[in-house]
Design a binder for this molecule. Structure first.
Ligand code: SF4
Ligand code: SF4
Length: 393
């Protein structure tokens, strides 16, 4: 760790001034979806800032295990922007520290990539991380993701999503609606899943018009690169991290699953669920109450039971703090054990959470299926307005 330069000391003094009203109540740490897995949570970092413990702050892995969800800022009764303080501390650590943790490396690798390319490439990302000595915690999961990403370049697999979108457009009736869609980085690297999203949306009578060349959303776990994507109109998203980051960049967004559920309700579509009951998991980056309500609305339409434990469990960290899976968290382990006890699968609107929970289930040897929203809910709409499920009004 370098000796603290005057500018670094001055910036810490500024941060301490902004945190001076902190009375260490701990609301920030108790609201943090990662709180149980951070060594002291945001409260400890604020305390260290107030104490002028610059080196201890910059040496804390917690800085890089924060997903930037903002729950701590919302919870602070003294109006301290705790999440903003942590973001600035990460910038200071990046400029002055020498921490070696996978989350920091992940942010650095991603930021370098995004300086030159619009999207993260999971294969390149994984290889670079491995070359830096950060071996994936779930080798089976990493191999599966790598295989899927690698097969995207095969001629038979390339363009599967575009072909699914064309098929949907060819078969859709005149009453289908078209929504502007932002797919993010992860979904396009799994061609079959990407195609499934188009197919499932078409079942609800919705065609997804993907923004050509839309790049990374600019999520903080990807480093310091701002969103490349600045549309003027509302866009529909398939990823809570994209949703949160684009909103921060001033883009109006709505989860596409909400649009599908709303469409099904308005048009009286029959929605099907893959199991009679499920445990919801919404992740830390969404509007949590709204996301749980949205899953409950889909469940009601499908006649499926939604099994809830205490509310925050369903948004506790999935195990990818800062964008790198680092093993089951206390929250994800408890969620999966709850689902196992219920004999029900987990359903999530986030594909990254799905993959992390699958990794955690493998690690914990729990036979709990984990579904991404479009793998669990489907509908059929011929979009003609003429079938018995689809009133024309
Ligand atoms: S919620 Fe606010 S006042 Fe309470 S410990 Fe956290 S930063 Fe300090
Ligand atoms: S921004 Fe979210 S993850 Fe980060 S410390 Fe605050 S509550 Fe925890």
């Amino acid at each position: 760790m370098p000796a603290c330069a005057d500018t670094l000391v001055a910036e810490f003094e500024q941060l301490a001034e902004e945190c001076r009203m902190c009375y260490q109540c701990g609301q920030c740490t108790s609201s943090c979806p990662n709180g149980r897995d951070l060594s002291g949570g945001p409260r400890r970092l604020v305390r260290l800032v107030l104490a002028g413990e610059i080196e201890a702050v910059l040496a804390s892995d917690d800085l890089w295990r924060c997903t930037g969800c903002g729950a701590c800022t919302d919870a602070c009764r003294m109006d301290i922007d705790v999440a903003g303080v942590l973001t600035r501390l990460r910038s200071l650590e990046r400029a002055n520290g020498a921490l070696r943790c996978p989350e920091r490396s992940a942010a650095q690798v991603a930021a370098r990539r995004l300086d030159r390319h619009p999207r993260i490439d999971n294969l390149v990302f994984g290889a670079t991380m491995a070359a830096r000595g950060h071996v994936p915690r779930d080798l089976a999961g990493a191999a599966e993701a790598g295989f899927k990403a690698a097969t995207q370049v095969l001629p038979r697999r390339r363009g599967a999503a575009a072909a699914a979108a064309r098929r949907a457009a060819d078969t859709a009736g005149p009453e289908a609606v078209t929504l502007p869609f932002y797919a993010g980085c992860s979904l396009p690297q799994d061609g079959a899943l990407h195609a499934l999203v188009h197919e499932v949306a078409a079942g609800f009578g919705v065609l997804l018009d993907e923004a050509p060349g839309a790049g990374c959303c600019g999520h903080p776990s990807r480093g310091t690169v701002p969103s490349y994507f600045r549309p003027a109109e509302l866009v529909f998203t398939a990823c809570p991290a994209c949703d949160a980051s684009l909103e921060k960049a001033g883009v109006a967004t709505t989860p596409v699953w909400d649009a599908l559920t709303g469409r099904a309700r308005r048009r009286g579509l029959a929605v099907r669920a893959a199991a009679p009951a499920f445990v919801p998991y919404v992740g830390c980056l969404v509007e949590r109450d709204a996301a749980l309500a949205s899953l409950a609305a889909a469940a009601e339409l499908a006649g499926a039971q939604i099994r809830l434990d205490f509310p925050t469990l369903h948004s506790a960290c999935c195990g990818a703090l800062g964008g790198m899976y680092r093993g089951a968290t206390r929250g994800s382990a408890r969620l999966l054990r709850f689902a196992a006890g219920q004999g029900a699968p987990v359903v999530t609107p986030c594909v990254l959470c799905r993959d992390n929970l699958r990794s955690a289930a493998r690690q914990l040897k729990l036979r709990v299926p984990v579904y991404f929203w479009p793998e669990f809910f489907t509908a059929h709409c011929d979009a003609s307005g003429g079938c018995d499920r689809c009133p024309t009004t």
